[in-house]
Write a protein that binds this ligand. Structure first.
Ligand code: UDP
Length: 240
């Protein structure tokens, strides 16, 4: 979060990309985009483009990680070196390790892991182009990819962020809003289960702003959820 005075982010009630405060960027979701993976999905949220690939349930290596009661879910979030203006140094760093962890925790509650004892389910998320909100786009993609892999799930997880720029609560921050705004709160939500599986926060909200941001983010995830279901239906219809 930068200082809000660095750059003017709201002009006449409109954001730098012309959106209203509670408007999402254009969202595109496609299920089944990779042949080799058991399940996959591609997600675009404005300038943020993510791809997710799921392998499994399959034999888990190394063997000492095997859990006799349930499948082990492993998640790997990665930003491609060419996904940002300044080349991103390839390989894991503190941020990607943290995002991989919170992504796993956001997805685990909706997967029937106990149905796949002694196996591993691997989820790979690759950010191809980054313009803010990459962790939430990755979670949205991973959830569709898991469903596409035919893994039994209680619900899908849809994710988006809300935040604050120029003292205004906004939905789905773009990169500049993320960089120069005052707060960013990514949320993952399973609508059918009515369960929030990720809530992080960078910056400050008043209690009232937090309530508005939560409402915006939950509304946003519900809209994304509909697009996730549509993508899965389209994939299914195509294969009939
Ligand atoms: N970013 C970047 N280089 C990096 C990491 C992040 O340019 O090495 C940018 C990128 O556009 C990203 C944004 O900073 O979307 C915000 O990153 P944050 O850690 O808040 O996670 P995100 O909002 O992507 O989930």
């Amino acid at each position: 979060m930068g200082k809000s005075s660095d750059i003017k982010l709201i002009t006449d009630g409109k954001r730098i990309d012309g959106r209203k405060p509670n408007e999402l960027r254009p969202v595109k979701i496609k299920a089944g985009v990779l042949e080799r993976a058991d399940g996959s999905a591609y997600v675009e949220v404005g300038g943020t483009h993510a791809i997710a690939a799921v392998y499994g349930p399959r034999t888990l290596h190394p063997r000492h990680l095997v859990n006799a009661q349930k499948a082990v879910l492993r998640t790997k979030y990665d930003m491609a070196p060419f996904s940002v203006d300044d080349r991103k140094r390839p390989g894991p760093d503190r941020r990607s390790i943290e995002i991989s962890k919170v992504t796993r925790e956001a997805l685990e509650p909706v997967i029937f892991l106990e149905q796949y004892k002694k196996t591993g389910i691997d989820v790979f998320i690759e950010i191809l182009q980054s313009d803010g909100g990459t962790r939430v786009a990755g979670i949205t993609a991973a959830s569709v990819a898991l469903a596409d892999a035919g893994i039994a799930m209680r619900d899908l997880v849809a994710a988006c962020a809300a935040g604050k720029v120029d003292d205004t609560v906004v939905l789905d921050l773009c990169g500049k809003e993320d960089n120069f705004g005052q707060a960013d709160m990514p949320i993952a939500y399973a609508p059918n289960e009515d369960k929030i599986t990720l809530l992080q926060m960078d910056g400050d909200f008043t209690e009232e702003e937090f309530e508005t941001a939560l409402k915006y983010a939950l509304d946003g995830t519900k809209r994304i959820y509909e697009l996730q279901k549509k993508a899965l239906k389209e994939r299914y219809e195509k294969n009939e």
